[in-house]
Design a protein around this ligand. Structure first.
Ligand code: SAM
Length: 221
C-alpha cells in the first residue's frame, strides 16, 4: 500500500510539474523503434535538470551518456538561444537516434553529439570549458573518473549531477563482492561527500524513490 501511494505521488508530481511534449515523446518512441533500452531519466528528473540549469544560468552544458537524447532535450530546453549542449555517447547507433531526436524536438541548433568513449573525449574539452552544468549518466564504473573531469571542466557555481546514485541503497554500502558498477557508484557518493570543493546531496526521485540523482555544487574552483 505504501508502494502504491509512493507511485501515485510520483505520478502526480510528474503530471503537474513535468509534462512531456511531442519532442520528448518522439525521443522515447525513436528509442523504442531502434530497440534501445528504456533506461532514460524520468520526467521529474528531467524537470529538475532544467531547474538546476536555470539556477546556475547555464550557457554551456556537458552530458556524459546520451542514449536517445531524452535527458539532452530537457537540458537543451533550459538553455538560452545562444546556449550550447555537448553530449558524449560511445555507441554510434545511439548517437544517430539522438541527433534525429534533437532535430525533431527543435534543439538541433544548440546541441552537438560527440561519439566515442567519454574517458577519451573529456580531455579534448578543456578549451571549451568551463561548463555550467555537467550531467553524468554513462557507465557507472567510470563515475569517479567522470567526477574528476567534471570538476576540472567546471567553474565555481557549476552543478555536477549524476544519475543512479541510490540504486536501492547499494550505492551507499561498500561490500567485498560488489561489482565494478556498484563500486563506481559507492566511490562517487563518497568522493562527492568528502571533497571540500563540493557541497552535495543525493535526491531519491526515481523508481518510487529507490533510485535518484547525486547533485553537487562546485563551491570553489
Ligand atoms: N542520459 C540518458 C537519458 O536519460 O536520456 C540515458 C543514458 S544511458 C543510462 C547510458 C548511455 O551511456 C548509453 O547510451 C551508453 O551507450 C552510453 N555510454 C556507456 N558507456 C559510455 C562511455 N564510456 N562513454 C560514452 N558513453 C557511454
Amino acid at each position: 500500500q505504501q508502494d502504491e501511494q509512493r507511485h501515485r505521488i510520483e505520478s502526480t508530481i510528474s503530471h503537474l510539474f513535468a509534462p512531456e511534449d511531442a519532442g520528448l515523446h518522439g525521443a522515447l518512441q525513436a528509442a523504442k523503434d531502434a530497440g534501445l533500452p528504456e533506461i532514460q531519466i524520468n520526467p521529474i528528473q528531467g524537470k529538475l535538470l532544467q531547474v538546476f540549469a536555470t539556477a546556475c544560468q547555464a550557457h554551456k552544458i556537458l552530458e556524459i551518456g546520451s542514449l536517445a537524447g531524452y535527458s539532452g532535450i530537457w537540458l537543451a530546453r533550459a538553455l538560452p538561444a545562444d546556449g550550447h549542449l555537448i553530449t558524449l555517447e560511445i555507441n554510434p547507433q545511439h548517437a544517430e537516434v539522438v541527433r534525429s531526436s534533437f532535430a525533431n524536438a527543435g534543439v538541433g541548433d544548440k546541441t552537438e553529439v560527440r561519439v566515442g568513449n567519454a574517458l577519451e573525449l573529456l580531455p579534448t574539452l578543456t578549451a571549451e570549458a568551463p561548463f555550467d552544468l555537467i550531467f553524468i549518466d554513462a557507465d557507472k564504473a567510470s563515475y569517479p573518473q567522470y567526477l574528476e573531469w567534471a570538476i576540472k571542466l567546471s567553474r565555481t557555481g557549476s552543478i555536477i549531477i549524476a544519475d543512479n546514485c541510490v540504486r536501492n541503497g547499494i550505492a551507499f554500502q561498500p561490500t567485498a563482492d560488489m561489482d565494478a558498477d556498484t563500486a563506481g557508484l559507492v566511490k562517487y557518493n563518497q568522493l562527492t561527500r568528502e571533497d571540500p570543493r563540493l557541497t552535495t546531496i543525493v535526491l531519491a526521485n526515481d523508481n518510487d524513490y529507490t533510485d535518484g540523482l547525486n547533485v553537487a555544487v562546485v563551491k570553489a574552483n
